[in-house]
Design a protein around this ligand. Structure first.
Ligand SMILES: [Zn+2]
Ligand SMILES: [Zn+2]
Length: 344
């Protein structure tokens, strides 16, 4: 089969002919890939930035951590999945037995692995994964349409799903950053909550798109944005602020926009959050971390996708043209769209 393989850091990966993966463990599942999303993490990987963090696989290996397709073959202990089932993969197969797995928080499992980062990924004709990671989806969904929801979409859904109980009628939610993740978060907020959605972004075009998909207000991040958000929220700030930027000052703005007893969700990263302890106790504001999402989060997000409530703009490329997709992503030629690689 063909696979997009990373051989050396700071060099583009290449499409190679390699052996198909085989079932070895009774809980292995081989998936025929229908679409694999390309994301910035793949660029960070080939530039060796994850290698510096000691969080990648031995070279060479196959990229691709946003995968969807059809079950091809299952191990002898897998009874709930069958060849032909349409599926999307939770990004992190896990053990199923540890404290975190028992609580549904598979992404914290110390025995998990991450296809596309720590083992061979899905930019190939076939992917080997573990049965725990496989989420059956509506057979009417096209894997290529939903593959990119496996990572970016799941992360956005996880944060909004945690915030949703606090977003009853009359509340406000701020979305900082209307890029790939923010775009999904707005659609999920609209689907799960009657809250008033305020989008903050530097780019007026991104704000326009955000309004078309469900945001109630758009605020340009031009220096007056904290005041504008306060004006829209009775001077107090919002019950929930979802920060998809996490750097360049957004991580400070998010806290300022959060009202007393409200919650500041950290999703983007890069900056440093410094908050006086007295501010935290005197206002009872929360800072909430978010890491990918749970298996159930992904299953729920796929229901919204099947209902047409969450959609992604995608541009598809044959797997052989993976490097064209990487160039387009790297040079900013995919505004608002996700590149999806499809094996022929
Ligand atoms: Zn990704
Ligand atoms: Zn576990």
């Amino acid at each position: 089969m063909q696979a997009l393989r990373l051989h050396r850091y700071n060099e583009r990966p290449t499409v190679d002919e390699i052996e198909e993966p085989k079932v070895e463990d009774p809980l292995d599942v081989i998936v025929k890939i229908g679409g694999a999303g390309l994301c910035r993490t793949d660029i960070h990987l080939y530039l060796g930035q994850w290698h510096e963090l000691d969080a990648d696989a031995p070279l060479p290996y196959t990229l691709g951590h946003e995968n969807a397709g059809w079950v091809h073959e299952v191990g002898s202990a897998v009874t709930h999945l069958h060849p032909g089932d349409t599926v999307i993969m939770h990004p992190r197969p896990s053990c199923g037995f540890c404290f975190y797995c028992r609580g549904g928080n598979d992404m914290h499992c110390p025995h998990g692995f991450f296809p596309g980062l720590t083992t061979d990924g899905g930019m190939a004709h076939f992917l080997k994964t573990g049965a725990r990671a496989v989420v059956p989806i509506d057979p009417n969904l096209q894997p290529a349409d939903v593959a990119a929801l496996a990572d970016a979409g799941l992360t956005a859904y996880h944060a909004v799903r945690k915030a949703a109980p606090d977003l009853y009628p009359g509340t406000s939610a701020v979305v900082i950053g209307a890029g790939g993740l923010g775009h999904i978060a707005i659609q999920v907020l609209r689907a799960l909550s009657p809250t008033t959605i305020i989008v903050v972004d530097r780019n007026p075009k991104a704000i326009e798109v955000a309004k078309q998909i469900g945001a109630d207000h758009g605020v340009e991040a031009d220096g007056s944005h904290i005041d504008k958000v306060k004006e829209l929220t009775d001077g107090n700030g919002a019950e929930v602020v979802l920060d998809f930027v996490g750097e360049l000052g957004a991580e400070k703005d998010a806290w300022q926009m959060t009202r007393p007893n409200g919650s500041h969700y950290v999703i983007g990263y890069g900056g440093t959050i410094e908050i006086p302890a007295i501010d935290v106790i005197s206002t009872e504001r929360n800072v909430v971390g978010n890491l990918v999402g749970t298996y159930n989060d992904l299953a729920e997000l796929m229901v919204l996708a099947a209902q047409g409530k969450v959609t992604l703009h995608t541009k598809t490329y044959p797997l052989e043209a993976a490097n064209d997709a990487i160039t387009d992503l790297d040079e900013g030629r995919l505004p608002g769209a996700r590149a999806i690689l499809i094996p022929s």
